[in-house]
Design a protein around this ligand. Structure first.
Ligand code: SAH
Length: 279
């Protein structure tokens, strides 16, 4: 196994590793994540972490579900944090596995601070966030010189389940040519409405990537003005990443998964006349 050649860290008993599992495809795990899975005594995992990844843990590893979906009761965040503390204090090597990256809309910061408060040693292992990995699998770059030099990651879900009120939609509409929305499905009509109210064109391209990087991955290309209706009509299910901006047009050239199934790719998806290369 490739990890045997690297001097990857030993998982100390009584410590917690807070690990990002990536968006779903097990191939997007880091070597640190795999190394942790091979050593952990206890695995505390979220709903977005799939069985193929859980199966990489040791057969005798205790697997504890801490997800917030799937019809099971939602564990309170403080209870999850306390559970991590108790398992570590019992001398376990505790792997806390979260979808994507633990520090991107994942409450990893809250859990790590609870470990700090309890004096439990920990390590953070980043993962590929759905907003990066999911869009890459859809053939949509986050930035491109001809479309944008800034991108913003936004959560569409506030603390109480409402549209987050702390977001400056006017500033976002004006200042961020590309907007990547997590947890946005429920409030997509309000979000698209706010962006258009503050100047974004109804015809601006939008892509919705559901179950990104998994075999069930599905992509809907739509527009800001039509997205709420199109999403409802297509019956798209979470988890989804929604991206707003001209980078979506690049998919006509970069849909590498489509190409593998016979889609002809357009080498000039933005329809530009030849660029003078400036280096
Ligand atoms: N920490 C995670 C995000 C957790 S919030 C990360 O970095 O990716 C949960 C949201 O992430 C979902 O509602 C969805 O918007 C997004 N998400 C996670 N996995 C996804 C996937 N495989 N496909 C599409 N969206 C995903």
């Amino acid at each position: 196994m490739v990890t045997d050649d690297l001097s990857l860290p030993v998982f100390e008993a009584g410590s917690v590793w807070l690990v990002g599992a990536g968006p779903g495809d097990p191939g997007l795990l880091t070597l640190h994540a795999v190394n942790g899975l091979k050593q952990a005594d206890a695995l505390v995992y979220d709903a977005l972490v799939g069985p193929a990844i859980l199966d990489m843990a040791r057969p005798d590893c205790e697997k504890i579900y801490a997800g917030k979906r799937g019809g099971k009761p939602s564990p309170v965040q403080a209870d999850i944090s306390q559970r991590l503390v108790r398992l570590a204090q019992d001398g376990k090597r505790v792997l806390r596995l979260k979808g994507g990256d633990p520090f991107v809309f994942g409450r990893g910061g809250e859990e790590a601070l609870a470990l700090v408060a309890a004096g439990v040693p920990f390590r953070i292992i980043p993962g590929i966030s759905a907003g990066l990995g999911g869009l890459a699998y859809a053939g949509i770059p986050l930035t491109h010189r001809d479309t944008n030099s800034a991108v913003t990651f936004v959560t569409g879900h506030g603390v109480g389940g409402s549209v987050p009120d702390g977001i400056d939609w006017a500033g976002l509409a004006k200042g961020s040519p590309v907007i990547v929305l997590y947890m946005a499905l429920k409030h997509i009509a309000a979000i698209a409405g706010a962006l258009m109210e503050h100047g974004r064109a109804p015809g601006e391209p939008v892509a919705v990537v559901s179950q990104a990087t998994l075999p069930e991955q599905a992509i809907l290309e739509t527009s800001l003005g039509a997205c709420a209706e199109d999403i409802a009509a297509a019956g798209i299910e979470p988890p989804c990443i929604v991206v707003v901006g001209d980078v979506v047009r690049l998919r006509a050239g970069l849909d590498w998964q489509g190409a593998a199934k016979g889609r002809a790719l357009d080498p000039n998806p933005l329809g530009l006349s030849r660029r003078q290369e400036t280096g």
